[in-house]
Design a protein around this ligand. Sequence first.
Ligand code: AMP
Length: 443
Amino acid sequence: MARSKLRAMRLLLVGGGGREHALAWRIRLEDPEAHIIAAPGNPGIAEFATCVPIGAADVPSLVQLAIDHAVDAVIVGPEAPLAAGLADACLARGIAVFGPSAAAAQIETSKAFAKAVMRDAGVPTARASMHTDVASARAAAEAFGAPVVIKASGLAAGKGVVVATTLEEANTAISSMLDDNIFGDAGAEVLVEEFMTGEELSLFVLTDGVTAVPLPAAQDHKRAGEGDTGPNTGGMGAYCPADAGDPLFAWRDGSLPVGITQVLDTIITPTLRAMHSRGMPFRGLLYCGVMLTPTGPRVVEFNCRFGDPETQAVLTALPADARVLSVMLQIARGEMIDPIPVFAPAHSAVATVLAAEGYPGTPRVGDAITLPPLPPASWLFHAGTSRRDTELITTGGRVLAATAIGATLEEAQHASRALAASVRFRGVFFRRDIGWRARARGA
Ligand code: AMP
């Protein structure tokens, strides 16, 4: 025991995207001595970590890696390894792990499961019905009337949601999922859901299964084009803190906004209780997509892990002395969170995603990237990059997140955009308007 206190902490960080690069940066900031092993990591993460080429869904090899390196904890970034039981496999070997069990991860991996939990817990969300046959799904869509939302119940890489503005569109979406199986098993069950109006926030809470510690809320930008137009993507940028124009969600004097407290009381705490009573306590990061509707906050979706690109904005908006890592480690070790911190933002942060030509369809890959010198208070988080000899090249649709902080959203937006504009690779595109809703309100 004495030895483990003396040696530097060792962590295995699972994943290789922008979210994990931001996590690696934050871990290093909070514990400069920590030895980070990343699987598979990426060229940005390699600055802070030893990268090992093991895929994020290869559960047995990840567990073996954790054992071989005698890590103090495993921190899981993406949902796939959680759905595949990485947390369960770690716990079975006595390895501390940040991330929920496969059973608890169903809150993201099965929208039908999430709806059932919310119904039992009395959590406000859109009314929905579940269908495995086309006729009943179509009848449900007709009963709701357009606009109506059609969702594949399972994991569909962020593509399984169709907000149908007409019944015709809804019917097409239903038959593509149930008849044509475009999402395979993930679309074998379909949700037909009431359309909610309002602005959306991404709220992350760190939780030991009982206590929830919120991080400052962020706002994602899902559409590929400026002004929220064009096709849906995994996220083209995010800013933090975000209040969606509701003063109840605005930070003042470093105390938790009343709106966030209300979301904890009406949504997060009842959900955690319901998970507990099902024998599936949720430990890790619970991501709540909240719609601020005219009748109050309602859940759009839950995810079982940090969001991407919100994480890049949330972790940089926090002050350097915020102890996020120590809360994550308490949760990983199965301890209760103590003391319970308030994580207030110290800055405004904007993350602008640099995407490759063709994204969100099939992106161009293999192009050389030229990075500019990094100005202070800014970061280029790697998402879809790799090294070819000494050259940095594109390997995915979302390539980098140009992230910057400022005293105001305007400053952060300006710096993030300028940084994004100074990165070069063939076919690069990005949105210049991350944070536009808040800016339009005068932020
Ligand atoms: P999801 O993958 O569930 O987050 O859905 C993707 C996007 O579709 C969300 O970010 C919302 O903008 C939109 N969306 C999902 N469900 C609804 C709903 N019931 N009403 C309105 N918009 C929705």
